[in-house]
Design a protein around this ligand. Structure first.
Ligand SMILES: NC(=O)c1ccc[n+]([C@@H]2O[C@H](COP(=O)([O-])OP(=O)(O)OC[C@H]3O[C@@H](n4cnc5c(N)ncnc54)[C@H](O)[C@@H]3O)[C@@H](O)[C@H]2O)c1
Length: 256
């Protein structure tokens, strides 16, 4: 028996990186998984590989959330676990950040998670027998501290951190749990533009690995997927409103 046997799970941003890793671990643990993404071709490919279902979905659009949740409930009659994972990154000095760039990141990373919590809670409330369920929001170490050039990103992830706690206290009596995961640096395509822009991408990778206390970047499925399985499973029924750091020691202390 898997740790999520028969659970109905929905993972946003499942076409790439952490979303694919989390969906992979969920299917391995026996869950019936739907992944969503704006990338349709890649999303369908990943779903086919994992034996999951793919739905096209822009997390910043409320009408998309309505149709995605309706589609999952039509197909399965319930939703047990929602992972609000889809996210984007940008990098501008604060005095050069165009308003549109600020808004674009807030729309996807924070409003997208708000919409997921809103429609996810409404669905979990309807589960037969009042069994509730688990909402897992992907924040970041940058949701706990600042980042040079990352004003929009860190504000969005800090928003997700505290939004998670509000949802948790509001829904705890309904057996709905809501927690955030704060990854450090995980090797996914979100890093590609930064590596591409670097004068020496290999040197940049070595620099990052050098300041991580564990000495390497995390793995989407093993490091983040396993934490998501824990938060989705009955192993974590007393945990809600928590911020789970999975960062290889990145913010435990300043590098010397
Ligand atoms: N990789 C890291 O080091 C790291 C660290 C901390 C937090 N995170 C967070 O993890 C999450 C996943 O990031 P990743 O590293 O896997 O990046 P990624 O770029 O590999 O994957 C993100 C996915 O989200 C999808 N997406 C983007 N905008 C969307 C939208 N509007 N609606 C639906 N889907 C959309 C993309 O198409 C992509 O498939 C993000 O929230 C990111 O901020 C990543």
């Amino acid at each position: 028996m898997g740790r999520m046997e028969g659970q109905i799970a929905l993972v946003t941003g499942g076409a790439s990186g952490l979303g694919t890793g989390i969906a992979k671990r969920f299917t391995e643990e026996g869950a019936i998984v739907t992944i969503t993404d704006i990338q349709t071709e890649k999303g369908q490919e990943v779903a086919d590989e994992l034996g999951a279902t793919f739905l096209q979905h822009n997390v910043a659009e409320e009408s998309d959330w309505e149709s995605v949740i309706a589609s999952v409930l039509d197909a399965h009659g319930r939703l047990d676990t929602l992972v609000n994972n889809a996210g984007i990154f940008n990098n501008f000095p604060i005095d050069e950040m165009p308003l549109e760039e600020w808004q674009r990141v807030i729309d996807v990373n924070l409003t997208g998670v708000f919409l997921g919590c809103k429609h996810g809670v409404a669905a979990l409330k309807k589960n037969p027998g009042g069994t509730g369920g688990s909402i897992i929001n992907i924040s970041s170490v940058t949701g706990l501290r600042g980042q040079i050039g990352g004003a929009a990103y860190s504000a969005s992830k800090g928003g997700v951190h505290i939004l998670t706690k509000s949802v948790a206290v509001e829904t705890a009596a309904l057996k709905i749990r809501c927690n955030s995961i704060h990854p450090g640096i995980i090797d996914t395509p979100i890093m590609d533009p930064a590596f591409a822009a670097a004068p020496d991408p290999a040197a940049m990778r070595a620099h990052i690995e050098g300041y991580l206390p564990v000495g390497y970047m995390g793995d989407a499925a093993h490091d983040i997927g396993n934490m998501a399985v824990f938060l989705a499973s009955d192993d974590s029924t007393y945990i809600t409103g928590s911020a789970m750091l999975v960062d290889g020691g990145m913010i435990a202390g300043l590098p010397t």
